[in-house]
Each structure stands twice: as C-alpha cells, then as structure tokens.
Design a protein around this ligand. Structure first.
Ligand SMILES: Nc1nc2c(ncn2[C@@H]2O[C@H](COP(=O)(O)OP(=O)(O)OP(=O)(O)O)[C@@H](O)[C@H]2O)c(=O)[nH]1
Ligand SMILES: [Mg+2]
Length: 193
C-alpha cells in the first residue's frame, strides 16, 4: 500500500485560527461518527494522524493537515451528535459556514455517510449547504464492510437517489480499504484542476 507524507498544520476551533491560504484544500465532512478521521488516516496510510474518537462528537474544531506539501486535508467537526444542545449545533454551523464561505481555496469536499443509515434532514441540510456554496463534492458511503457484498450496489444506488447526488457516491471501507484507490483518483483530479 502506498503511504503519503502528511502532518498536522493546526487545530482551529474558531475561524480566526484558520491557517492562511497556501494550497488547494479537500474538506472532509459528515455526521459525527461517520468515519471522517478514520478515512483521512486510511487515505494517507497512517494509523494515528487524525484522532479517531471513541466517543462521537469529540472533534469540535477544524483540523488542517498538510499532504506532501501538495494540498491540505481539512477534517471538519461532525454534526448530528445525539445529545448536542442547540447552542452547539449553532456553533457547528457557524464554524463550517465560515470555512465554506470564507474564500478558502476549496478544491473539493468529501461528504461521508454511513452506508447503513437512512439519510435524514441533517444530511439533506449538509448537501444543501454544499450546493449553496457551489462546492464540488463527492459522496462517500463509509463502513461498507458492515454490509454484505450483495447489498452494496443497491444500497449505494438508493443513497445516490435519496441525496440527489450528481455523481454516484463511492463505496468505501477503512477496514478493507475498499474505494481507497478510486477516492485518491477523485482527490487528485480535484487538486490538479
Ligand atoms: N467497521 C468500520 N468501522 C469504522 C470505519 N470507519 C470508521 N469506523 C469506526 O467508526 C468510529 C468513528 O470513527 P471516526 O473516524 O472517529 O469518525 P468521525 O467522523 O471522525 O467522528 P467525529 O470526529 O466524532 O465527528 C470509530 O470507532 C471507527 O473505528 C469503517 O470503514 N469500518
Ligand atoms: Mg473525527
């Protein structure tokens, strides 16, 4: 497996702490516990670059990683944490909108959805936000190892439809690395544009 040089740039709990624009960025967004940090580790081939949370809802900041001095990966905080109070949901929205609408060089957004979950209003709100900011995004159906092989194709098609994906989502597993090569091809194409 190919591995990549990657390192932490900064942890930004507020927009004022975002690093200066320096390279194209790929943002990773999704519900809390959808597998964002794990996916980042899988993509670069490092076990402990991004912190994987045992408890969902732990990542409350945007974490910026440099990848081979070529582009930046931004690990966005998760939404939809079951016990989060309203004030926290507003804080999430404030931080994420400041990122998406802040004139950063966002080359693409990877939007993660647990392949076992039926999309809800929060998921649809995320997609609306991505469209509103005119971002190029790709859906990724995570934790594909949790489904039987025979279920993958039909489940993916249902999710494409439920979230009105322009491009079919990518079936992905950090456990088996299914989808990793294809997601790299997508990221490379976004960064090179
Ligand atoms: N089986 C399986 N488990 C996974 C996969 N990806 C992530 N997980 C598990 O899902 C849990 C959450 O993963 P994280 O990567 O921390 O999720 P996150 O989206 O970063 O969560 P927050 O930072 O809290 O928003 C962890 O227990 C992971 O080990 C996968 O592809 N397959
Ligand atoms: Mg995380």
């Amino acid at each position: 497996m190919r591995t990549y040089r990657a390192s932490l740039i900064t942890v930004a709990p507020v927009p004022g702490a975002f690093p200066p624009n320096s390279a194209p960025e790929i943002a990773v967004v999704g519900r809390s516990n959808s597998g964002k940090s794990t996916l980042i580790n899988t993509m670069v081939g490092q076990k402990h670059l991004a912190r994987v949370s045992g408890k969902p809802g732990k990542t409350r900041a945007i974490i910026f990683f440099d990848v081979e001095e070529r582009f930046i990966l931004a690990d966005l905080p998760g939404y939809g944490f079951a016990r989060a109070p309203k004030s926290e949901q507003q804080a999430w929205r404030g931080l994420v909108e400041a990122y998406m609408g802040g004139g950063r060089p966002i080359a693409g957004v990877i939007a993660l959805f647990d392949i076992r979950r039926k999309p809800d209003d929060l998921d649809r709100a995320l997609v609306s936000m991505l469209e509103r900011y005119n971002l190029s995004w790709r859906a990724v159906w995570t934790k594909a190892d949790k489904l039987k092989k025979a279920q993958l194709k039909t489940t993916a098609l249902k999710l494409d439809h439920a979230l009105r994906c322009q491009e079919p989502g990518l079936v992905f597993s950090s456990k088996t690395r299914m989808g990793r090569d294809e997601l790299w091809r997508w990221m490379d194409s976004m960064v090179e544009e």
